[in-house]
Design a binder for this molecule. Structure first.
Ligand SMILES: CC(C)(COP(=O)(O)OP(=O)(O)OC[C@H]1O[C@@H](n2cnc3c(N)ncnc32)[C@H](O)[C@@H]1OP(=O)(O)O)[C@@H](O)C(=O)NCCC(=O)NCCS
Length: 292
C-alpha cells in the first residue's frame, strides 16, 4: 500500500474530513475511481460492495517523510528489489565487497564468494535496481560493469545492478567462528573430505559474513531494507534458529536498532580481530496449512 494512503478500518464510522476527499478502490487498482464520499449521498451504503475498500487521502502535512538524507540524495528512479544470489552474481558481489570495505583484510576473497554462492546461495540475498544504459543523468555504481541484462530482454537493454548484498553460510556454533569464515580446501572436489570449515548444512545458525551497501548508496536506508527483507525470508521458515555476525564497535548500534543483541567481544580473529558478537533470534517455524 502506498505510504501516503492509509486504510480506514470498516468499524471506523468517523466522517472524512473536508480536506480529505474519499476514493473507492476496487480489488484492482486499475479500476480505481474517485468521487464523492459515497456513490449515492442519500444512501451511504448503496454501491459499496464487499470488494470495495475505502481509502482516505492523507493531507500533505501528514505524509510519510523519508529521512532528509534519503529524500534529497536517493535517485527518484531507484526501485530496489531483492532476490537470492547465485554464483553467476559473483563478479558483482566481489566488486561490491571491494568497494564497500576499505580495509582489504576485512574483505572476503573471490574464492570465498564462489564457495558461498555455490554451496548456499539460497542463504545470500542481493538488492538490485534496474538501470537503462546511457541514462541521463548517468548512473554510477561499482557494480555497473558486471550488471547483467534483465531476463525480459527489453529493447532498451536494461540491466539489473547489484547495490547491496548479504552473504551467509550456516554453522553449528551459536556465534561466528573463524572456522565458519573459512572454506574446505577441496570443497569443489567430486568427493570432498568432511570438514568443520565453512558451510555446515546441519547448522542452526546463519552467519552473515558480509553485509554491504555500495558506496554512493549508503546512508539512504537500503541496508535496513535489505536486512528487513532477510528477516522476512528467514523468520518462521524453519531454516535456522538465529542469525549471527561480527561487527566493529562503531557498527554495533546499527545492528541493535534492527533487533540484534550485542553478546560482547568475539573470539573470531578474522581480519585482525576486535569484533563484537551480534545475534538475532529468528521466530520458530510456523505451522503450515496441509493440503491434500
Ligand atoms: C553498514 C552498512 C551495511 C549500513 O547500510 P546503509 O544502507 O548505509 O545504512 P542505512 O541507510 O540503512 O541506515 C540507516 C540508519 O542507520 C543509521 N546508521 C548508518 N550507519 C550507522 C552506523 N555505523 N552506526 C549506527 N547507525 C548508523 C543511519 O543514521 C540511519 O538511522 P535513522 O534511520 O535513524 O536515520 C553500509 O553502510 C555499508 O555497507 N558499510 C560498509 C561495509 C560495512 O561496514 N558493513 C558492515 C560490516 S559489519
Amino acid at each position: 500500500m502506498p505510504r501516503d494512503l492509509f486504510q480506514q478500518q470498516p468499524q471506523d464510522k468517523s466522517p472524512p474530513s473536508p480536506s480529505a476527499p474519499t476514493m473507492f478502490l476496487s480489488e484492482s487498482p486499475n479500476n480505481m475511481s474517485s468521487g464523492p464520499s459515497s456513490p449515492d449521498p442519500a444512501n451511504p451504503e448503496k454501491g459499496t460492495t464487499e470488494q470495495q475498500r475505502q481509502f482516505v487521502i492523507v493531507p500533505p502535512d501528514q505524509w510519510f517523510q523519508a529521512h532528509p538524507r534519503s529524500s534529497s540524495l536517493l535517485p527518484a528512479n531507484l526501485h530496489p528489489y531483492v532476490r537470492p544470489l547465485t554464483v553467476s552474481d559473483v563478479e558483482s558481489c566481489v566488486a561490491l565487497e571491494n568497494a564497500a570495505f576499505e580495509d582489504p583484510n576485512e574483505r572476503a576473497s573471490r574464492e570465498k564468494f564462489i564457495y558461498r554462492l555455490t554451496k548456499c546461495g539460497e542463504l545470500c540475498l542481493g538488492l538490485f535496481t534496474t538501470v537503462t544504459p546511457n541514462s541521463n543523468p548517468p548512473f554510477s555504481s561499482p557494480t555497473l560493469a558486471s550488471a547483467r541484462v534483465i531476463e525480459t530482454g527489453r529493447p532498451s537493454g536494461d540491466v539489473s545492478v547489484l547495490l547491496a548484498h548479504i552473504i551467509a553460510v550456516k554453522t553449528t556454533s551459536h556465534v561466528v567462528t573463524d572456522e565458519s569464515m573459512d572454506l574446505p580446501r577441496d570443497w569443489d572436489a567430486v568427493n570432498p573430505t568432511p570438514s568443520p570449515l565453512g558451510h555446515q548444512e546441519r547448522g542452526r545458525t546463519i552467519v552473515l559474513h558480509s553485509v554491504a551497501v555500495a558506496p554512493g548508496f549508503q546512508g539512504k536506508g537500503l541496508g535496513q531494507v535489505l536486512m528487513r527483507a532477510y528477516f522476512g525470508l528467514m523468520n518462521g521458515a524453519g531454516i535456522a534458529e538465529r542469525l549471527a555476525l561480527i561487527a566493529h564497535d562503531h557498527k554495533v548500534s546499527w545492528y541493535e536498532k534492527l533487533g540484534f543483541t550485542n553478546n560482547g567481544k568475539s573470539a573470531a580473529q578474522f581480519g585482525g580481530g576486535g569484533w563484537y558478537d551480534l545475534v538475532y533470534d529468528l521466530q520458530p517455524a510456523e505451522k503450515r496449512a496441509r493440503y491434500g
